[in-house]
Design a protein around this ligand. Structure first.
Ligand code: ZN
Ligand code: ZN
Length: 375
């Protein structure tokens, strides 16, 4: 069938994207779902910083590519062998499809799924297939999702069924920002009640870390960014202390405010400076966790003696160490109870033909989560 989709044919174009227009809206051919695959009508999709890294070329995915990796939608058709979903089901789309049978999937670490990883690198679905074509030539899938389109064909392992009462725009956020941010706090760092937490970088993921820290019962939550509006939003979402990252003597100020550092620091900005800041404001014996995925190598030096003498832990967290089929329904229930107010992270709606302008706003740091909607 024909669907309208946002296609990236060339990365590295200059900003403003409103002028260089890296994303083009094209009518492409979407093949029917094969074995283990599902056709989904996309209802809402989030604009994520990782999309921006693909547009800049920092994260080199195979092109041409139908963009987008965080979405919600409705199941329209099932490929052979998909027996645990039904047409009409509402679903959230994740950015790593999991096979369910590799060693990592069996260890309940589907973010590390071997097949999911391979297919994300090569621009295919889990089975190694591509269902997107333009002028007879195959196009690549973005993270197994390619949801900046009216419809998508994805692997069953990319989807989690959700309650039909959940609004689509909020539901979309659970596919990337929420699982990554809340999961980093709950699954990766395992923050206990009463702990102190710092978050460096308040984008969609950083603010979800804040919501996660609130859920976990952190006694102190320090939020750090350079955008005043984001610091104000963080405060209204439960941050106890906020700091402008450009403040002079920031490490010393935070060490003082936190009684010699926080138990758990989180970093989302992907710079050597922000990683260093997060590490230095973690207390002796504490844990520093990063979710950043800078495409270009970011190397950051840690003193071994310091790490040993102070028993420090540094962790990487991918997709919030989530088990999506377990975590997404749990987080959605918390949202419905008002305890995980992800609706507060929505900025504005955009349409397919306004995605370039949306990514200009994201690159400028002016927005948290813009949502692509279809009428
Ligand atoms: Zn994302
Ligand atoms: Zn697997």
């Amino acid at each position: 069938m024909k669907v309208k989709a946002a296609v990236l044919r060339q990365s590295g174009l200059k900003r403003p994207y409103a002028e260089s227009r890296p994303l083009t809206v094209e009518e492409i051919e979407l093949d029917p779902p094969g074995p283990g695959e599902v056709l989904v009508a996309i209802k809402a999709a989030g604009l994520c910083h990782s999309d921006l890294s693909v547009i800049t070329g920092d994260v080199p995915l195979p092109l041409p590519l139908v963009m987008g990796h965080e979405a919600s939608g409705v199941v329209e058709a099932l490929g052979p062998g998909v027996v645990d979903l039904a047409v009409g089901d509402h679903v959230v789309m994740l950015f790593v499809a999991s096979c369910g049978s590799c060693g990592f999937c069996r260890e309940a670490r589907p973010a590390l799924c071997e097949q999911g990883r391979r297919s994300n690198m090569t621009g295919t679905l889990l089975a190694g297939t591509r269902r997107l074509r333009a002028d007879g030539a195959e196009m690549n899938h973005a993270m197994g999702a390619s949801c900046f389109a009216e419809r998508a064909v994805v692997s069953r392992g990319s989807l989690v069924r959700i309650d039909k009462a959940v609004p689509f725009e909020e539901a979309a956020l659970f596919g990337c920002a929420v699982v990554t941010g809340v999961g980093a706090v709950i699954n990766t760092a395992k923050v206990p009640a009463g702990a102190s937490v710092a978050i460096v970088g308040l984008g969609g993921v950083g603010l979800n870390m804040l919501l996660g820290a609130t859920l976990a019962g952190a006694r102190q939550i320090v939020a750090i960014d350079v955008v005043a509006d984001k610091l104000a939003l963080a405060k209204s979402l439960g941050a106890t202390d906020t700091f402008d990252a450009r403040e002079k003597d920031l490490v010393r100020t935070i060490m003082k405010a936190t009684n010699r550092g926080v138990d758990y620091a989180f970093e989302t900005a992907g710079l050597a400076e922000t990683l260093d800041l997060a590490y230095r404001i973690t207390r002796c014996g504490g844990t520093t966790t990063t979710t950043s995925l800078p495409g270009r190598a970011v190397n950051w030096t840690v003193s071994t003696a310091h790490a040993v003498l102070e028993e420090r832990t540094v962790k990487g967290s991918f997709m919030g160490s989530a088990v999506p089929s377990r975590d997404v329904p749990r987080y959605i229930e918390l949202f419905r109870q008002g305890r995980l107010p992800v609706d507060r992270l929505k900025s504005n709606r955009v349409t397919l033909d306004r995605l370039n302008e949306g990514f200009d706003a994201l690159a400028a740091g002016a927005v948290v989560r813009q949502i692509l909607v279809f009428d």
